[in-house]
Design a protein around this ligand. Sequence first.
Ligand code: NAD
Length: 270
Amino acid sequence: MTLQEHIDTPRVAVVTGSDSGIGRATAVRLARDGFDIGVTWHRDRDGADRTADEVRAQGRRAAVRQADLSDLPAAAAVVDALADELGGIDVLVNCAGTGTATPYLDIGLDTLRQVLDVDLAGPFLCGQRAARRMIRQGRGGRIVNITSVHEHQPRVGAAPYCAAKGGLGLLTQVMALELAEHGITVNSVAPGEIATPMTGQTDTDVHDEERPGIPLGRPGDAREVAAVVAFLVGPESSYVTGASWAVDGGMLRMGPQAGSHLADDSWRRI
Ligand code: NAD
């Protein structure tokens, strides 16, 4: 397929967890780039409607469905429901995610399973559904899994989250190998600290925030993550698959530097 044919193809992107934060920013950015958008929400119906309104304001179509990814395998059917409504699927962004702030020694099996379902098994099953449809459609596709810097490095209090995101990172690589023959690329995007509800930062101007431990000195804005997703689902990234894209202001590069500069052991506590 030529670049022009790709651009002319009707395009649909499903973005899970797009009722807020990185998911909403991604949905709106991809709408701006010409995609019709499938929106999923968990608890925030109003947030999903706001995302859909912003998509429509870009002149694109939006379809909205509820999905609780701790209810598997049933919840993964949302991918097919949205694809049916929008007439296909060219892009899946697995963005929905959840985590804990609990010491490893205190985490029970129910909590572990809930985080692994939402952050790992959910993307696994949603990815399968999207890929099967992309193969049937015969025009390739793009899958982006939103992981975290904790795909690569640990965090105190986040044992299930780190296990899930690390797993999702390696799952991304297997998907990239197995789906390449069908013209489907699969990459992960690994955000650092991004100003969203997940980090307790809504309506924050990230340029007003100081983060001495992050090389760029501030948190990230959700639109800065969305911009990298937009590249990975657009025609310019056609030879990129199986990679993990850190969007973290350099945070991942701080391991030894931070390790030799922390002045006390408060990091051991949550
Ligand atoms: P957010 O709270 O705005 O979004 C979380 C999303 O996950 C929401 O849309 C919510 O509906 C969805 N979700 C939560 N539980 C769900 C469930 N059981 N079923 C279905 N959906 C569910 O936070 P965000 O920061 O935009 O997070 C988006 C993604 O980015 C997550 O995967 C998160 O792990 C990842 N991430 C965020 C940061 C950060 O600093 N904000 C850093 C690294 C990774």
